[in-house]
Design a protein around this ligand. Sequence first.
Ligand code: BG6
Length: 476
Amino acid sequence: MGLRKDFLWGGATAANQCEGGYKEGGRGLANVDVVPAGKDRGAVITGKMKMFDFDEDHFYPALEAIDMYHRYKEDIALFGEMGFKTYRLSIAWTRIFPNGDEQEPNEAGLKFYEDLFKECHKYGIEPLVTITHFDCPMHLIKEYGGWRNRKMVGFYENLCNAIFTRYKGLVKYWLTFNEINMILHAPFMGAGLYFEEGENEEQVKFQSAHHELVASAIATRIAHEVDPENQVGCMLAAGNYYPYTCDPKDVFKAQEEDRENYFFIDVQSRGEYPAYALKKLEREGIEIQMEEGDKALLKENTVDFISFSYYASRVASADPAVNAKTEGNIFASVKNPYLEASEWGWQIDPLGLRITMNAMHDRYQKPLFIVENGLGAVDVPDEKGYVADDYRIAYMAAHIEAMKDAVNLDGVDLLGYTSWGCIDLVSAGTGEMKKRYGFIYVDRDDEGKGTLNRSKKKSFDWYKKVIASNGEDLSI
Ligand code: BG6
């Protein structure tokens, strides 16, 4: 009984939400840089409002973020102190290829991550690297239209060649696309898609998704060729749908909603478009342009493990009158009357994590990896600057307990757990700093003011104990 001995405990971040340093080392501009905080953010990330550059009326939180670009040594030392076995981070594409379509990579960018990975290894921390976490070079968006263009596959392939070769021996766990299903909900942030008026958005999204799926298979192939030790995972914004009632119509609706997410993982893990997806695309008049060899490529290069984020379960109802919405990872679902919610309306459901894990393990029979989970909350430091975040500890303890049940009682094969935002960072959904997830407090506010100093919250020592006991001791 218990988690595996080599269980990968750790934390997760994404380049655009923590690095800052957006012009350092020859870095180019990316979509994530020009996404503002505030009221227009939703329209920009969904591709409805064109924002291809900065203007004076908006604040762009990614430009400085928490300045991890200059402070990563201090931050990794703190992760080491907590006993992290792994640190999930993402590579900023535009540090390696500032425009995206160059032939040769940018040495300064390659060197930055090489140093960072070496710093991790000093503390026995295994990097877990997301190749793209919502970022896409702006040049590729302006010139090629982002992932709607098949040429993106080749640009992504160049990126993979550069990083797999350079980081051989330093990195062995890779994720191809963060929350690949987010392309359906936040397509500018997910895939650099901006829609012209009257365009068939679903057609564009699914064609772009096909390009990403092909790119993901190519990445998996190259990773295995470069180093057979490499382990490649897909990444889903997960959380199973519950039917709102036992009315079969609600049950069917929940199944349909789950399939919309499973679609991506079905392709990445089983290697082919599932029958239900082909039928749906046909019904909706969506035609996917495939190139010769795509089907074989997908079939022959399936992922080694399945990673996912889990914050909340979701609810589906066939009745349009049942429309009280709750928030969630960028997309909203029907409110579950049995659950409490966070300050941002994300419903809290630890058992839902076990349900989600079981559903995925039953479906794919591959190892799982929880690469995001956590509570976004307002933290109020006391007069000494200390945050006693018992609410965060309670959330995490309950989810880790449910995760252990999935392993110990249901037999799920689980590689690791990296909590989201192990250090406070910019929120992807809202652009706020005050939506904090970390064990480490960062002195910065929503307007970008603050010293950027780091300090340990109560959860820091708690998580250290959890890791040291391999998840046995969850007590406060
Ligand atoms: C996931 C993303 O959607 O959820 C992260 O992969 C994101 O980038 C996280 O930060 C939490 O969402 P939010 O909106 O609270 O930052």
